[in-house]
Design a protein around this ligand. Structure first.
Ligand SMILES: [Zn+2]
Length: 508
């Protein structure tokens, strides 16, 4: 019976956000041993979906009793700053002890994010992969899944047999990539030899330019890559990477894995990288200024017949390490008297507590960001009414949380003049209409919506908001797509579009 180790470390690090540690992982998802298997096979799992997909495929092939999962540890945090070295070393220790105790293994599945940095290194993911390889030896196949915001190092590339990246943004194929990892691992265990080639481009696309729907350059490139899968090409992975990690390994990366055909892996990777580079002008962001957003929100608020609008705040995206609590859009909308607007989800445990003390229906002076010290998270004080209090737990119906358990922590719906604000205690981005509707807020009846999210919200709002009714607003924040706003230290320079003069020629 095949014995497969399952483990992983999942963090996307924003170099400009505060460091994170054990508490951040325990809040989001820290699973050990049998809990991983129970979560993977649960009806409404909270664990990382790639693991669920991996188990589903293995169970389909062998039956749940026909293979032996050896689950070790899976630790995932909300995107945050660099991981603290002390905690990270403890986690590596857990991986090591688990793999040493595992006995004979036939394969390993690593469910990684790939976009982490640490306080001591820009490549903690490389340390995880190298540790796994050192412990299992050169002959045990190792397959890893990566978020398409992963930044790939030599250590990552050299330590695993196949890197499988997501192909959708919003990420709605995480489960399927776990299934694919299982299929590829099976092939390797049956004796296929994988050879891969990687090309990295000096192209660091701002987050809002990295959508994969029709009409977007990154999606076009991924689809071109997929059109080349055949009996020789096992996998084509094209990772846009995560700009805010700010590391020397940043840059769009094409990885082609073949069935032992190194020449083909190389030529196809270079061909795809060239196509991506030739398309680089399409990675320049197009956002609207705040005063234009205010004008549009006020106009739709005053005209019940006008189509409602959704305003995204990509600069304060908790899914990219943002704090989820900047007030630029909220303050401007309040001052302009915008009506019929709902906004969220706003991370402020102290404000939830204030609302709880006041009680449902009560009026109170809402003090925002009283306990927050991050740059851009400025205080705001406004008269409010408590509309509703909630425990913040629900099962989602749309987008990336469809069928999944979501936990916002204790939450409050408060009304600030014409704006309904959903306030939460566990920092995360607004992924779908569920984040409002589960708390009793009517999304379909709103004139405008403001979401703290860069792009993942699109999958969970598309049933109400087609792309032409979505605006990305250019305001300050830890995840601003306006890359010139940041003091970069690690990025290889020059890179496009930050440095318009950046150049690249395909290797001879
Ligand atoms: Zn991602």
């Amino acid at each position: 019976m095949k014995r497969i180790a399952i483990l992983g470390f999942a963090l996307e690090s924003n170099a400009f956000a505060p460091p994170c540690g054990r508490a951040d992982f325990e809040q989001r998802g820290y699973y050990r041993g049998a809990d991983i298997t129970a979560q993977a096979r649960a009806e409404h799992p909270a664990i990382y979906s790639g693991i669920c997909g991996f188990y589903a495929e293995m169970d389909r092939r062998h039956g749940p009793a026909g293979w032996q999962p050896v689950p070790i540890v899976h630790a995932a945090s909300q995107p945050a700053g660099p991981v603290e070295e002390g905690f990270f070393r403890e986690l590596l220790g857990e991986f090591e002890a688990g793999l040493q105790a595992a006995g004979r293994l036939d394969g390993v599945y690593v469910a990684e994010h790939g976009g982490a940095t640490a306080t001591h290194t820009h490549d903690p993911d490389g340390e995880v992969f190298a540790l796994v390889r050192r412990l299992v030896g050169p002959d045990v196949p190792v397959v890893a899944t990566l978020d398409l915001h992963a930044n790939v190092s030599d250590a990552m590339m050299n330590s695993v047999d196949i890197l499988v990246g997501y192909r959708t943004n919003p990420h709605v194929d995480i489960f399927e990539r776990g299934e694919e990892a299982a299929r590829l691992l099976e092939e390797l265990m049956a004796g296929t030899r994988a050879t891969a080639y990687r090309v990295r481009l000096p192209l660091v696309g701002p987050s809002v330019t990295l959508l994969t729907a029709e009409g977007h350059p990154y999606g076009d490139l991924i689809r071109l890559g997929q059109s080349r899968i055949d009996e020789r090409v096992m996998n084509v992975t094209i990772l846009a990477g995560f700009a805010f990690a700010d590391t020397p390994k940043n840059g769009m990366t094409v990885i082609v894995t073949t069935r032992d055909d190194p020449a083909l892996a190389r030529s196809l990777a270079i061909e795809l990288a060239s196509a991506g580079w030739n398309d680089r002008q399409r990675y320049v962001p197009r956002m609207i200024p705040l005063d234009e957003a205010v004008e549009q929100a006020r106009a739709v608020g005053a005209d019940p017949m006008a189509p409602s609008l959704l305003f995204a705040d990509p600069a304060d995206n908790p899914g990219g390490g943002g704090r989820g609590n900047t007030t630029y859009i909220l303050a401007a909308f309040l001052k302009a008297g915008v009506h019929g607007c709902i906004a969220g989800v706003f991370f402020d445990p102290a404000l939830v507590e204030q609302a709880r003390r006041a009680g449902e229906g009560a009026r109170f002076r809402a003090d925002l960001n009283t306990r927050e010290s991050a740059r851009f998270s400025e205080p705001l004080s406004w008269d409010a009414r408590v509309v509703h209090l909630h425990d913040g737990r629900f099962v989602g119906h749309h987008g990336m949380v469809e069928g999944k358990t979501v936990d916002l922590g204790p939450s409050a719906v408060i009304a600030l003049d014409g704006i309904t604000l959903v306030v939460i205690s566990k920092r995360q981005q607004c992924l779908s209409t569920d984040f409002f509707e589960a708390l009793g807020v009517d999304v379909a009846g709103a004139r405008s919506i403001v979401v703290k999210s860069r792009g993942h919200f699109r999958a969970g709002f598309q049933h109400l908001f087609p792309p032409e009714r979505i605006r990305e607003v250019d305001v300050p924040g830890l995840t601003s797509p306006n890359l010139a706003n940041f003091d970069w230290r690690g990025l290889p320079r020059p890179v496009f579009p930050l440095d318009p003069e950046a150049g690249w020629t395909p290797p001879a």
